[in-house]
Design a protein around this ligand. Structure first.
Ligand SMILES: CC(C)(COP(=O)(O)OP(=O)(O)OC[C@H]1O[C@@H](n2cnc3c(N)ncnc32)[C@H](O)[C@@H]1OP(=O)(O)O)[C@@H](O)C(=O)NCCC(=O)NCCS
Length: 216
């Protein structure tokens, strides 16, 4: 059902598994995100603290336990994590328990933590009732353009329907033409662009486009 379109030669499409994330995936997830979201990590933690920021994130998730990974799906091939996405809902708000924040202060110091938490808060989204908010869409570079993101998003959409959510929403950077093409191909439509002075200072010149797909 979630078979990938063009697996590498010798890899049967069915061998790529889409499943909920587990605590034992945390290191691999953070490694994938550090690479796939290098610009966001760099902006949030500063170029010199990117590595420590990634470790702080992993520590916070580990301490929080399974709730940290609620709604996250991974794509796995032969025991290797090759992609992620998350489907977040309104009832997951406030799940954090302060673990990530505490890990940030321990690892990055007061100013580093405040800077990172402020930068990350600029990407916050108030999830509405009925909305399935999609985040963490990332595929390992050597696996791109093989249908992995499509399969992950299809599974997230199926999960959203099963939870009686009425639409999916997500943010994508204006300059991320590959991801925008992916979402448009899957039926998402651009609704508005979010720009802020601080976001521009931290994350570069462009804004974030909110895209939505109705699940009629
Ligand atoms: C964006 C990303 C998740 C796409 O993952 P992927 O597994 O390569 O995507 P898929 O193979 O499922 O693509 C499905 C369709 O989306 C479109 N698409 C995906 N990536 C594209 C790109 N770079 N350029 C143009 N179209 C693209 C194509 O129509 C593609 O179908 P096709 O290959 O048959 O033409 C991946 O490039 C990535 O991890 N990028 C870095 C992280 C990122 O930007 N995430 C999005 C944050 S909002």
């Amino acid at each position: 059902m979630y078979a990938v379109a063009a697996p590498p030669i010798g890899v049967p499409a069915d061998d790529v598994v889409i499943r909920p994330a587990r605590l034992s995936d945390i290191e691999a997830i953070v490694a994938l995100h550090r690479e796939a979201f290098a610009d966001t990590f760099g902006a949030a933690f500063g170029p010199r603290d990117r590595e420590r920021g990634a470790q702080a994130l992993a520590t916070g998730w580990r301490r929080q336990g399974p709730a940290a990974l609620r709604g996250m799906l991974v794509a796995e091939y032969a025991g290797q994590l090759i992609g992620t996405t998350s489907l977040r809902t309104r009832d997951m708000i406030g799940d954090g328990g302060g673990f990530a924040e505490a890990a940030f202060f321990e690892t990055l110091g007061v100013w580093g933590a405040l800077r990172s938490l402020f930068a990350l808060s600029l990407l916050d989204h108030q999830i509405e009732r009925g909305e399935g908010f999609i985040a963490d869409v990332a595929v390992a570079p050597e696996w791109r353009r093989r249908g992995i993101a499509r399969a992950l998003l299809q599974r997230a959409e199926d999960d959203a329907r099963a939870r009686s959510l009425t639409y999916l929403g997500l943010y994508v950077r204006e300059s991320n033409h590959g991801a925008r093409a992916l979402y448009e191909r899957l039926g998402f439509q651009a609704m508005y662009i979010r720009r802020s002075l601080f976001a521009r200072l931290f994350f570069g010149q462009d804004g974030w486009i909110y895209m939505r797909k109705d699940l009629a």
